[in-house]
Design a protein around this ligand. Structure first.
Ligand code: UT7
Length: 324
């Protein structure tokens, strides 16, 4: 059976960051409130002139270097972002140019907000499994702080900027759960709940970029339920038990959501990769950023079974199970 093996990963965080105390100088909030309600202590913020494509390119270059490849070895780029450089062209084509792919292959953006990386991974995996491509660069990159209303304390304390990338390559597997690579992916959406988390602007409505608006409590409730469902779905589809999962690498929106999801599935805290304290919510970049941190510090090793899950605006949600 044709599988998409994860060759390497890479990440990028802007140099500048804001602590909770920095935000307390901008809006009516406290370090105590943010830490207790979200677990977040700091978030990175892209520099003036630093674009989503720049961050995506840095992450992609690191992943390419780790795999011993160059842009000339990549067949396609799947870039998940809600914060493209421009309304068009896709940010992915700028990355294609930046990494020296020339006119080789194709590149496009995927918009599923915080679930974007799972959507991009699933799309790339299906292109590989169908035999259409052999190697893919899957990126999650966000300049999310550009979408924030810095007068709205209920949202501006939550998000940060960054990028993460993974390289997938076709390989033959046995077709069971012992295979390396992506074992299964599951995507969902429920457009009827799109008003729970959205941006109040866009080319076809207001002709403006707009700001993030969120019903935090409802999103929180949906997040725990939907991500738990997707995890169970992924485990059942591949005949994997919670005990067999080595690492949960969840979307990093809120420490309490991560803890509640892990608890619901009886996954011990020492099997969960948590970066929300240091990164905040980086939307589509959060999973590949967390993955990169745990691969680089040696926690995730070759052969480990990784469960990834996310939920975001749309609502969109999904899960992916992969053997690193
Ligand atoms: O990645 C996409 C998915 N996004 C998420 O998963 C986010 C999901 N939601 C959440 O993480 C949480 O709902 C929040 C962290 C956004 C909010 O936490 P909460 O425990 O649900 O708080 P709340 O919205 O119920 O607000 C509680 C109180 C309110 O005051 P009153 O009405 O009780 O007087 C808020 O006005 O906290 C107040 N509040 C704040 N206080 C200080 C809201 N934001 C702040 C703030 N600082 N930054």
């Amino acid at each position: 059976m044709r599988r998409s093996v994860m060759l390497s990963c890479g990440s990028y965080l802007p140099e500048k960051f804001l602590t909770n105390n920095d935000l307390a100088k901008i809006v009516d909030t406290t370090d105590e409130w943010i830490t207790q309600r979200t677990g977040i202590r700091k978030r990175h913020v892209a520099g003036e002139g630093e674009k989503t494509s720049d961050m995506a390119t840095r992450a992609a270059e690191k992943a390419l270097k780790a795999a011993g490849l160059t842009g000339a070895d990549i067949d396609a780029i799947f870039l998940a972002t809600t914060t493209p450089d421009q309304t068009f062209p896709a940010t992915a084509v700028t990355v294609q140019d930046n990494i020296g792919m020339g006119d080789r292959g194709f590149a496009f953006d995927i918009q599923a907000v915080c679930s974007g990386f799972i959507y991009a991974l699933s799309t790339a995996d299906n292109f590989i499994k169908s035999g259409q491509i052999n190697r893919a660069l899957v990126i999650g990159a966000e300049h999310f702080t550009r979408l924030l209303d810095w007068d709205d304390r209920t949202t501006c304390v939550l998000f940060g900027d960054g990028a993460g990338a993974v390289i997938l390559e076709a390989a033959e597997g046995k077709g069971d759960k012992t295979d390396r690579g992506i074992l299964t992916t599951h995507l969902h959406s429920e457009g009827a709940k799109r008003d729970l988390l959205y941006v109040d602007g866009g080319p076809s409505s207001t002709r403006t970029v707009g700001h993030v608006r969120m019903n935090g409590k409802e999103v929180f409730r949906n997040a725990v339920t939907r991500m738990s469902e997707a995890i169970v779905e992924a485990m059942q589809a591949s005949g994997v038990t919670p005990e067999e999962v080595d690492w949960l690498v969840p979307h990093q929106a809120n420490r309490r959501i991560i803890d509640a999801t892990a608890e619901k599935l009886n996954l011990p805290a020492n099997k969960v990769v948590v970066t929300v304290e240091e990164h905040g919510n980086t939307s589509a970049a959060s999973i590949p950023l967390a993955l990169s941190v745990a691969v680089e510090d040696g926690r995730i090793r070759r052969g480990d079974l990784i469960l990834m899950e996310a939920m975001g605006g749309g609502l969109t949600w999904g899960a992916a199970l992969a053997r690193w």
